[in-house]
Design a binder for this molecule. Structure first.
Ligand SMILES: CC(C)(COP(=O)(O)OP(=O)(O)OC[C@H]1O[C@@H](n2cnc3c(N)ncnc32)[C@H](O)[C@@H]1OP(=O)(O)O)[C@@H](O)C(=O)NCCC(=O)NCCS
Length: 178
């Protein structure tokens, strides 16, 4: 699948700032979305819990609809500790009033572009298999299903077989070249 052109090419990533944290819990529509987004975070999701997500490692970004616009999304770019050539994306979310306009795809693409600019050989993520919108957005951004991983979520007392999606630097380069 070719990397689709963004419907709006003006969206931009800026470093996440503490003052953005209040918005993120407001973007979560229900418990199912909270589980998909942050299955290791206790409910209710609060700004304080969002701030704690990124304390250990990685880079955190806020997506602006345009370079001077309001925040419309959030996502993280992390290095896989057991394989530093692999970066993974986490906690991607778009303001529900702005979904379905291509921002999720753009957020994914901008994060993976950062990862490859940092020298990643591969960018990956895991997603719940019933999160069809997310899987579609990641596929639109150029990722392919790469395998499955079972993760245990003690807060929910559940184990789930997650879908792993990935794109290699070579494939990203190939798909980005007109
Ligand atoms: C996942 C998420 C980030 C996607 O953001 P978005 O801005 O809506 O994404 P996009 O508009 O770029 O793309 C969504 C695609 O999914 C499609 N889609 C929407 N609902 C769908 C469904 N039920 N089944 C399949 N595809 C669906 C849309 O049609 C669109 O595809 P298209 O471009 O071919 O029309 C957003 O839905 C979200 O924040 N969800 C809650 C948090 C979450 O689940 N995060 C993922 C954690 S892994």
């Amino acid at each position: 699948m070719a990397v689709e052109p963004a419907r709006s090419s003006r969206a931009a990533l800026i470093p996440f700032a503490i003052e953005h944290a209040e918005r993120i819990p407001q973007w979560v529509r229900d418990e199912r979305e909270a589980f998909w987004l942050a299955p290791r975070s206790r409910l209710p999701l609060t700004a304080q819990r969002v701030i704690q997500w990124g304390e250990a490692e990685g880079e955190r970004f806020t997506l602006l609809a345009d370079p001077h616009g309001l925040p419309v999304g959030y996502g993280e770019l992390n290095r896989l500790s057991r394989d530093p050539g692999t970066y993974w994306l986490g906690h991607l979310i778009i303001d529900p009033t702005r979904r379905g306009c291509g921002f999720g795809t753009q957020l994914t693409r901008l994060l993976m572009t950062r990862g490859f600019a940092r020298g990643a050989r591969r960018v990956t993520l895991v997603v719940f298999p019933d999160n069809h919108t997310a899987i579609r957005a990641y596929a639109q951004a150029g990722m392919d299903v790469d395998g499955y991983e079972t993760h245990h979520f003690p807060l929910y007392r559940r184990s789930v077989r997650l879908t792993r999606m990935a794109i290699s630097a070579r494939e990203f380069q190939r798909r980005s070249t007109p």
